[in-house]
Design a protein around this ligand. Structure first.
Ligand code: ADP
Ligand code: MG
Length: 291
């Protein structure tokens, strides 16, 4: 590779909001046939809002207060949505103690003398709490592409909440142009299969892998590589960092975490996924000039 055309390509990329870490990143971009994308914060804005809340055996506002008490100690986008939702309803948020985060599953703490859990169906199941009472409601919300979390209070299920995270305006076009180049799109998310399928359906994404724990994201990239694919991974979170490092080209959202950007070969400054296709076109053109 001649350094000059690489330098020119890096400059062109930078002007389009695509920051290549080095010349190898441009070179490797050319052979990509599979793009793995994280859902929250990558396909979507990553700023969900609380849309639905329902409790039983306890007043809705009282349950939401307990949940917000736990979530005010979490940095997860779901937590932010719930705390903001509680504030919008003028609910006084109580303090929580003995807070614990279980990555990719949920959070728990003691609030107002009660032990409160908030998280996925699997998270509550791991604590011996049956969420069947709310399954039908949960499935209905998931079909609307919402993320659903269950609420456990003192060992039994007390309610359910849903948050909705809008798809970025630029995402549908980004997916369609990549597919036009013959690239396969695989979504990876810690969220439920039904929610993942709803988003994938809206975007025409080829494959959606759901309920993937943070530590397993990189394994999925490895498996695709073992099947002979050249994989670019686009993500924004701390959870995505190992998968970004494993990919042939890791692509971080400039709107995401520093850890993701440090693990990536390319940063899309504004988090606009149309940069993936632009990077591929730039790479192909540059490598053609060199050979
Ligand atoms: P994603 O891949 O969408 O970023 P995560 O791996 O961060 O998802 O989380 C996966 C699932 O774990 C969420 O959909 C939710 O059910 C549960 N979860 C994680 N953190 C929290 C939290 N702070 N409050 C409630 N649920 C949570
Ligand atoms: Mg994310």
């Amino acid at each position: 590779a001649t350094p000059i055309s690489m330098t020119v390509a890096m400059g062109q990329g930078a002007r389009a909001g695509i920051l290549f870490r080095n010349a190898e990143a441009i070179e490797r971009m050319r052979g990509i046939d599979t793009v793995v994308v994280d859902k929250t914060g990558t396909l979507t804005l990553g700023r969900p809002a609380l849309t639905d809340f329902s409790a039983e055996g306890i007043a809705d506002d009282e349950a939401l207060a307990l949940v917000a008490g736990v979530e005010q100690l979490s940095e997860h986008p779901i937590a932010h949505a719930i705390v903001e939702g509680a504030k919008a309803r003028k609910i006084k948020i109580p303090a929580a103690e003995t807070f614990e985060v279980i990555n990719g599953l949920g959070v728990q703490a003691d609030v107002d003398g009660k032990h409160v859990l908030v998280g996925s169906r699997n998270f509550l199941a791991q604590h011996g709490i049956d969420t069947k009472r709310w399954e039908e409601q949960g499935e209905a919300w998931r079909t609307e592409a919402k993320t659903v979390v269950y609420i456990g209070v003192d060992g039994s299920v007390a309610g359910i909440a849903a948050v909705a995270d809008p798809i970025k305006d630029s995402t549908p076009e980004a997916i369609a142009t990549l597919q036009g180049l013959g690239v396969r799109i695989v979504m990876l998310t810690g969220d439920s299969q039904r929610t993942a399928d709803a988003i994938a359906g809206q975007l025409g994404i080829d494959e959606a892998l759901a309920e993937v724990l943070p530590e397993h994201k990189a394994n999925h990239v490895k498996r695709l590589q073992a099947e002979g694919h050249k994989v670019a991974m686009a993500g924004d979170g701390i959870n995505d960092a190992p998968a970004l490092a494993q990919a042939n080209v890791g692509m971080a959202m400039g709107t995401g975490t520093d850890v993701a950007m440090e693990s990536a070969d390319v940063t899309l400054v504004k988090g606009d996924l149309r940069g993936i296709e632009k990077a591929m076109v730039l790479s192909r053109a540059t490598m053609r000039n060199i050979r």
